[in-house]
Design a protein around this ligand. Structure first.
Ligand SMILES: NC(=O)c1ccc[n+]([C@@H]2O[C@H](COP(=O)([O-])OP(=O)(O)OC[C@H]3O[C@@H](n4cnc5c(N)ncnc54)[C@H](OP(=O)(O)O)[C@@H]3O)[C@@H](O)[C@H]2O)c1
Length: 252
């Protein structure tokens, strides 16, 4: 028998291999170790680092902006940087990650659904950071159509399918979110912005992968996109934009 890589999950960790060997079966281990760990990277990060795999995702213009300067609800919808191809791809990604997160300003300005609409599959658990309870209950995130977690120092949100997790005032919000997801057995989170939230994940070194669409537009000013100070591991032309993939080298 050949085994791609060992399962490091403490409840398993080589026990099956020992059983097979003691039953007289020849077992070859780690035959495709790197490839197997890559394929199951969410699982390994979850069990070894005791937190979900963190996938950052955003779209930026050629000059590095995520949005134009825009006051809340000044414009009904954000200005699109990419096209339908990228949007469909993002929905496909959403369908494969169990949770998705945004900051309160994105929730307020963009009023996103964070659901899978341009692909088929399950909606991820929606997560929003709203420390001071400023988000109105009329936002799409609170429509109860898919489970949603709000991390807040303020009260409870009693609407159906919307759960408020109390965030102690001195708590580090990122740690609180990651611990809560870990306790719920959620193996990955896709962070979809905005800039402040993405930057805090990057600055804390709390990220595993980043997928960045760079479109053809120039905004000249606006919401500055995060900057990753390392080279992408790959890039490809994607519709009217380019998709850059980064992996957190400090973790490898
Ligand atoms: N192009 C893209 O891919 C994309 C994607 C998403 C958003 N956007 C754009 O980005 C803009 C919004 O981004 P933004 O950077 O202004 O705000 P944001 O990251 O959406 O939200 C920031 C807010 O979230 C909470 N928060 C986030 N991280 C936190 C942390 N580590 N600790 C404590 N609180 C934290 C804080 O709100 P509280 O204090 O209220 O908790 C903070 O003020 C919008 O214009 C939107 O259209 C673009």
């Amino acid at each position: 028998m050949v085994i791609g890589c060992k399962d490091t999950f403490s409840k398993v960790a080589g026990k099956g291999i020992t059983m097979l060997r003691s039953a007289g079966i020849e077992v070859k281990v780690d035959v495709l170790k790197e490839e197997s760990r890559e394929l199951n990277r969410r699982f390994f990060v979850f069990h070894e680092q005791k937190r979900p795999y963190i996938l950052l995702k955003w779209a930026q213009t050629r000059d590095g902006y995520m949005d134009i300067d825009r006051t809340v609800l000044e414009e009904a919808r954000p200005t699109w940087i990419t096209d339908d191809w990228a949007r469909r791809m993002v929905h496909k990604w959403r369908s494969t990650e169990p949770s998705i997160m945004v900051g309160s300003i994105t929730a307020l300005k963009d009023n996103p659904s964070l659901t899978v609409r341009d692909w088929s599959g399950k909606n991820p658990l929606r997560i929003v950071l709203d420390r001071f309870g400023k988000l109105p209950h009329t936002l799409t995130l609170f429509n109860g159509k898919t489970p949603t977690l709000v991390f807040s120092e303020e009260g409870t949100n009693a609407s159906e399918n919307v759960e408020t997790i109390f965030l102690p005032p001195q708590a580090n919000p990122l740690t609180a979110v990651l611990d809560e997801l870990y306790s719920r057995d959620i193996q990955s989170v896709m962070v979809e912005g905005g800039s402040i939230l993405l930057k805090t994940f990057l600055e804390a070194g709390l990220w595993d992968e980043a997928r960045v669409f760079t479109g053809e537009k120039w905004f000249v000013s606006g919401v500055e996109a995060p900057v990753i100070k390392q080279k992408p591991v790959s890039w490809e032309k994607f519709g009217n934009s380019r998709l850059f993939i980064y992996r957190n080298k400090s973790l490898s």
